[in-house]
Design a protein around this ligand. Sequence first.
Ligand code: GRF
Length: 205
Amino acid sequence: MTGGTTKKRVAVLISGRGSNMMALIAAAAAEDYPAEIVLVLSNRLEAAGLERAREAGIATAVIDHRHFGGDREAFERALDAELDARQVELVCLAGFMRLFTPFFVERWRGRLINIHPALLPQFKGLDTHRRALQAGVERHGATVHFVVPETDAGPVILQDSVPVRAGDTEETLAARVLEVEHRIYPQALRLVAEGRVKFAPAGNP
Ligand code: GRF
């Protein structure tokens, strides 16, 4: 950190085990990292990552989407209120398994980032490792990107790749890609938190 600047207040949104969340928490523990994780928020009470976050001394919250009777915007307003209450400035999605409406995406435009286990624009959506194996690609990887209303379509912040090896299964390939995820997500958050990468919609300089 350069003298006098304050760290960006970051929330990590999870639905599951939270290994990317832990990579962000570990990176943010460094004194010179430009962001601090002030909240881990899950839509699932049983997300294993919640316990790992608590053990790391991070505040957690659960907002269960099922309590909103299918009203996605009402769920998002509740998320938004929790983020505001903690004065969150940047949101990192890390295995958060809910799609957002344009309401939330516009509200957090340029301040909402996601990690996707593929080399976007290849393999948007789910089951990326299986689809990469089926397609016979030679390289596969992970991408950190800004979130836009269209799923997995926002501007890329960072991506990196690994070889697909003969005999790979979904599990072996996923494990190789996960190492990339844990490396590039903290790097990408650093770039955004330092203002060195900024969101610009396609076509704008
Ligand atoms: C990761 O592969 C991430 O890219 C995808 O969901 C998975 C979450 O894993 N969006 P974890 O909860 O971070 O371990």
